[in-house]
Design a protein around this ligand. Structure first.
Ligand SMILES: NC(=O)c1ccc[n+]([C@@H]2O[C@H](COP(=O)([O-])OP(=O)(O)OC[C@H]3O[C@@H](n4cnc5c(N)ncnc54)[C@H](OP(=O)(O)O)[C@@H]3O)[C@@H](O)[C@H]2O)c1
Length: 310
C-alpha cells in the first residue's frame, strides 16, 4: 500500500510517499481501506519535532480516517466487511495511507448524510470539541459558553455541538469568519483582532480555550463562580482557578467510537455539518500540512486517498 511517512523531523519536505506492506488486523481490530484522511495541527507539530522522541521514527502521520472495512479481526463485534466507517486513530497508527488496522472500539459507522471526504474531517476535531465542552466542561442546555477560535477545525464543531445542546454560544474568530461562525449557531461573534472579548462577555459557564497564551490569561475574568476553563493547549494556573472559584484543566482528546457514533447521529439529523475548506491528494500531504500551518483555514483540510485522485 501507499503511505506518507517521515524518517526525520523537520519541514513539509520530510514527508515521503512510500510503498509499505498492507497491515493485518490483530484481534479486536478492523482493516480499513482508507478513502479520505484529515490533517490536524498535531500532525505538523509532530513533523516539526520536539513532540515525539526520535525512536518514534519512521512514522506515518495522520489521526483521522474514513473508509470501508476490508477485513475483521478475531473478537470484533458490530462491524462487517463493506461497512463505511470513520475513526480517530490511536497515536501510533497512520492515517496518511491506503489502509490501516485499527481497534474496532475506536471506529463508528460513517454518517450516511456526508461523503468520505467530509467524514474524515470529523473524528479528532469533533471528539476534541465533544470531550472538551461536555466531558470536561460539563456544558448543559441553557448555559453560556465562550469558544476561542470558533472557525477552526475544533472550534467549528464546538460551536455546532454547543448550539445543538441548547447552550448560548459566544465565539471569537477573525472578521472574515464572523458570518460563517454565526451560521454555525453562535449568537454572538467577536473579531479577536478588533475587540477584547472581556469587554463584552461576562458570567460564562464554560470557556473553551483553543488558543492559550494571553487569550487564556484574559479568560478568567469572564467566568462566573462555579464555571470551568477548559484548554486543549495549556494547563491553566490552578491557584487562579481557586481564587476565581472555577474548575480549570488541560486535556488530551482520545479515540472513542461511542462518542463518534453520537456525533454521527447529530450529523445525520442535519444539526452538525463538517466544513471542509480544502482537499489535497494523498501524495501532496506536504501541501496540505503547509496550508493548515500557514494559511487561514475555515474548518478542515482533508486528504483524498482515492487512488484516482490526482
Ligand atoms: N489537546 C488535544 O487533544 C488537542 C486536540 C485537538 C487540537 N488541539 C490543539 O488545539 C488548537 C486548535 O486546534 P484546531 O484543529 O482547531 O486548529 P486550527 O484549525 O488551526 O484552528 C485554530 C483557530 O484559532 C484561531 N485563532 C488564532 N488565534 C486566535 C485568537 N487570539 N483568538 C481567537 N481565535 C484565534 C484561528 O483563526 P485565524 O486563522 O483567523 O487566526 C483558527 O481559526 C491547536 O493548537 C491544536 O494543536 C489539541
Amino acid at each position: 500500500m501507499k503511505a506518507v511517512r517521515i524518517h526525520q523531523f523537520g519541514g513539509p519536505d520530510k514527508l515521503h510517499l512510500e510503498e509499505l506492506p498492507t497491515p493485518k488486523p490483530n484481534p479486536g481490530e478492523v482493516l480499513v481501506r482508507i478513502l479520505a484522511a484529515s490533517v490536524n495541527p498535531v500532525d505538523y507539530k509532530i513533523r516539526n519535532g520536539g513532540y515525539l522522541p526520535d525512536d518514534a521514527l519512521p512514522l506515518t502521520l495522520g489521526r483521522d480516517i474514513a473508509g470501508i472495512v476490508e477485513l475483521v479481526g478475531e473478537d470484533v463485534e458490530g462491524f462487517s466487511p463493506g461497512d463505511a466507517v470513520y475513526a480517530m486513530l490511536d497515536r501510533n497508527h497512520g492515517g496518511y495511507a491506503e489502509f490501516v488496522a485499527e481497534a474496532a472500539v475506536n471506529c463508528a459507522i460513517k454518517p450516511a448524510a456526508i461523503d468520505f471526504i467530509q467524514a474524515a474531517a470529523v473524528p479528532l476535531a469533533g471528539l476534541t470539541a465533544w470531550q472538551g465542552i461536555f466531558d470536561h466542561g460539563g456544558l448543559k442546555a441553557g448555559q453560556k459558553v465562550l469558544i476561542h477560535g470558533g472557525a477552526g477545525g475544533v472550534g467549528h464543531f464546538a460551536v455546532q455541538f454547543a448550539a445543538a445542546r441548547g447552550a448560548q454560544v459566544i465565539a471569537t474568530c477573525s472578521g472574515e469568519d464572523m458570518a460563517f461562525v454565526r451560521r454555525l449557531g453562535a449568537s454572538e461573534v467577536i473579531d479577536y483582532h478588533k475587540e477584547r472579548f472581556e469587554d463584552r462577555v461576562h458570567d460564562v459557564d464554560v470557556v473553551f480555550d483553543l488558543v492559550a497564551g494571553e487569550t487564556q490569561d484574559r479568560s478568567w475574568k469572564v467566568l462566573k463562580d462555579g464555571g470551568a476553563l477548559i484548554s486543549t493547549l495549556k494547563e491553566p494556573d490552578q491557584a487562579r482557578a481557586r481564587e476565581r472559584h472555577v474548575r480549570a484543566c488541560h486535556y488530551m482528546a482520545h479515540p472513542d467510537g461511542g462518542e463518534l457514533a453520537e456525533i454521527g447521529r447529530l450529523i445525520d439529523a442535519g444539526k452538525v455539518i463538517p466544513n471542509v475548506d480544502r482537499v489535497f491528494p494523498l501524495k501532496d500531504a506536504a501541501g496540505a500540512e503547509r496550508e493548515l500551518e500557514r494559511a487561514h483555514i475555515r474548518g478542515k483540510v482533508v486528504l483524498d486517498v482515492n487512488p484516482d485522485a490526482d
